[in-house]
Ligand binder design. Structure first.
Ligand SMILES: Nc1nc2c(ncn2[C@@H]2O[C@H](COP(=O)(O)OP(=O)(O)O)[C@@H](O)[C@H]2O)c(=O)[nH]1
Ligand SMILES: [Mg+2]
Length: 373
């Protein structure tokens, strides 16, 4: 059967081997067959033929170049959300991360911004190009979060925004004539800024992260960590980790999504170190003849990228250098997938095409024009 189909397809298979010979070949082959790739199912495995067993160079590795070229041409999108009270250094940190002015600093807020009574989301996009690789970076700021006397439900507009982006993507996917590349406005990462109080998580932190941790990847950071001594920083970090665990808050990278042992070792190190105590700046200073990003104080210069001074470099490595693609994958494969399944089940139950989006708390979605965007 297999050969017939193969011949029909014009594949060049070896003629069948007589029974005795076949046994010998099988025995030989058994030595050659190695552990199947973890990603292949049992029915897929045919044994692995490695480079040394090939008759000559095939050129499979060139697929990496092809992928690279395609990605470079098309570019990619990365959407990062920053949440925390005003003045915690959110805009400064995003600018430090991407070494450019991608987020407006709020040191001179205008009157309207000062009296804003609601959390109101602003998204700004920039194309960043480095060594021929283009990235469309969207920074979603959440001014007004945690700034009121009564901060009850201030996470709602944020939950709504995150879900709206999933909904947009889902609608595009369900379109009969869907685009080849669906524009991706989903939040790939939410950096949550904790004030460097040196105490514990506040109720607003717990409430926010507990809710949002279920729908988006959260990376908590200790803002303006230059205000803590080394001992205070260590203790505060420990206490936050305990609080996160005690409250069942899920932050990125989550254990259950580690793909293999190598991933686990790398991510365990990150988990042991979370939340990163960071310092941001938009100024460069001369230190030993080198230009470094830093904050100049009366008693010296805090070098932002120096791991002996603060943990900014760990955060940058996580968000950009080691886990950017994983953040996008987790968003697509876990958070968006959960949303998609829930929405499709809802509409199947209702017998509708796609029922109107409802928020977690059951309030009906308002029209786009009415939203805070
Ligand atoms: N000490 C200290 N000040 C900072 C840090 N990051 C930003 N700032 C300052 O805090 C103020 C508010 O920063 P901004 O980025 O506008 O905060 P946002 O309102 O959270 O976006 C500015 O004067 C910044 O220069 C930091 O890491 N340490
Ligand atoms: Mg700001």
């Amino acid at each position: 059967m297999r050969e017939d189909t193969a011949q029909e397809q014009g594949l060049d298979l070896e003629p069948p081997v007589p029974m005795e010979e076949e046994k010998e070949v099988m025995e030989e082959m058994e030595v050659e067959i190695e552990d199947p790739l973890p990603c292949l199912s049992e029915t897929d495995t045919q044994g692995i033929i490695k480079g040394r067993d090939l008759f000559g160079y095939v050129g499979i590795e060139a697929v990496l170049d092809q992928m690279r070229r395609k990605t470079m041409k098309a570019g990619f999108e990365f959407n990062i959300m920053v949440v925390g009270q005003s003045g915690l250094g959110k805009s400064t940190l995003v600018n430090t991360l991407f070494k450019s002015k991608v987020s407006r600093k709020s040191c001179t807020p205008n009157y309207e911004e000062k009296i804003s009574k609601t959390v109101h989301l602003q998204s700004v996009s920039h194309i960043i190009e480095e060594k021929g690789v283009k990235m469309k970076l969207t920074v979603i700021d959440t001014p007004g979060f945690g700034d009121q006397i009564n901060n009850e439900n201030c996470w709602e507009p944020i939950v709504k925004y995150v879900n709206e982006q999933y909904e947009k993507y889902l609608k595009e996917e369900l379109n009969v004539n869907r685009k080849r590349r669906i524009p991706d406005s989903r939040v790939h990462c939410c950096v949550y800024f904790l004030p460097a109080t040196g105490h514990w998580l506040r109720p607003i932190d717990v409430e926010f992260m507990r809710r949002l941790g279920k729908i988006v990847s959260i990376v908590p950071v200790i803002a303006k960590a230059d205000t803590l001594t080394l001992e205070e920083r260590l203790e505060f970090k420990q206490r936050i980790r305990q609080d996160l665990q005690a409250n069942g808050i899920r932050v990125y990278p989550q254990k259950e999504y580690d793909e293999d042992a190598e991933d686990r070792i790398l991510n365990d190190k990150i988990r042991e170190n979370i939340p990163f105590a960071v310092v941001g700046t938009d100024k460069e200073h001369q230190v030993n003849g080198n230009k470094v990003l830093g904050r100049k104080t009366k008693w010296g210069i805090i070098e932002v990228e120096n791991v002996a001074h603060c943990e900014f470099a760990h955060l940058r490595d996580l968000l950009i250098r080691s886990h950017l693609q994983d953040l996008k994958d987790v968003t697509h494969n876990i958070h968006y997938e959960t949303y998609r399944v829930k929405r499709l089940n809802e509409s199947n139950a209702n017998g509708l095409a796609l029922s109107p989006l409802t928020l977690e708390n059951g309030t009906l979605e308002k029209s786009e024009a009415e939203s805070h965007l």
